[in-house]
Design a protein around this ligand. Structure first.
Ligand SMILES: [Fe+2]
Length: 250
């Protein structure tokens, strides 16, 4: 039940998460932000919502978005310069979201977060047949694997033991915040709630691509709804991707 005093104590920012580890707001290099003005608009709003750092993660997917560090890092630099020019205090970094499909080659030099954390995704149509092997090979090369939005892989909905298997081999999970707000539908929302209840998530991210995402995220934060749903969950974004973790990378 809502009451006046309860409403007054609502948390209407997202400082409690602090770091966004998944977004597509570097302009012009994937299916996210199209140009720098759009990117800066999102960065302004993300700062206003309470994020102190955004780690942008452009798709690296050979068939559709054949990005490399060489296509991503110069764009990051341009955005960082603009952010500085506009006197924003938010920090902008880049890693990537790698499509871990059968074409994916485990190698040195992948674009990672501090601590050699790497964000991977799978197709929404089917599980990558050798996903466990890919994770193992990455781990052998010192990478710490984070699987993006496990709640969106509906081929797992009748096989939730696969989530347990992936966790048991040391794969971390990243929740898409918009999943709990219902953006991707009821099934995804229900699976996100299931995985939250099972304490299977390690990190959360926005997976921000465009205005519709920004609007729902902004509304969810400013209404207090997001904090009510997720605020007490022990996401590790701030602990693992702290300022000092990034300082060591420079
Ligand atoms: Fe993404």
């Amino acid at each position: 039940m809502f009451d006046f005093f309860h409403k007054k104590n609502k948390i209407t920012d997202i400082e409690w998460l602090g770091v966004d580890i998944h977004s597509h707001i570097l302009p012009g290099i994937d299916d996210g932000s199209k140009e720098i003005g759009q990117s800066l608009g999102y960065i302004h709003e993300m700062q206003e919502l309470g994020f102190g750092r955004l780690v942008c993660t452009p798709h690296i997917f050979q068939d559709l978005y054949p990005n490399t560090p060489e296509t991503i890092l110069p764009v990051l630099k341009t955005v960082q310069e603009e952010v500085k020019n506009q006197n924003l205090s938010i920090e902008i970094n880049a890693a990537a979201e790698y499509m871990a499909d059968s074409e994916f080659v485990v190698r040195e030099g992948l674009l990672v977060f501090p601590g050699k954390h790497i964000l991977i995704e799978m197709s929404y149509l089917m599980e990558t047949p050798n996903i466990e092997n890919i994770i193992f090979e990455l781990q052998l090369q010192g990478y710490q694997v984070i699987l993006a939005h496990p709640e969106r892989y509906n081929f797992y909905f009748r096989h939730t033991e696969r989530y347990e298997k992936l966790k048991s081999i040391g794969c971390s999970f990243q929740l898409n915040i918009l999943s709990v707000l219902g953006y991707y539908g009821k099934g995804v929302k229900a699976m996100a709630e299931h995985l939250l209840n099972a304490k299977m998530y390690d990190f959360a991210g926005t997976d921000l691509h465009h205005d519709k995402h920004m609007k729902m995220l902004g509304d969810g934060v400013r209404s207090g709804k997001l904090h009510t749903i997720l605020g007490q969950y022990p996401f590790r974004n701030l602990e693992v991707f702290s300022d000092s973790a990034f300082a060591k990378c420079i």
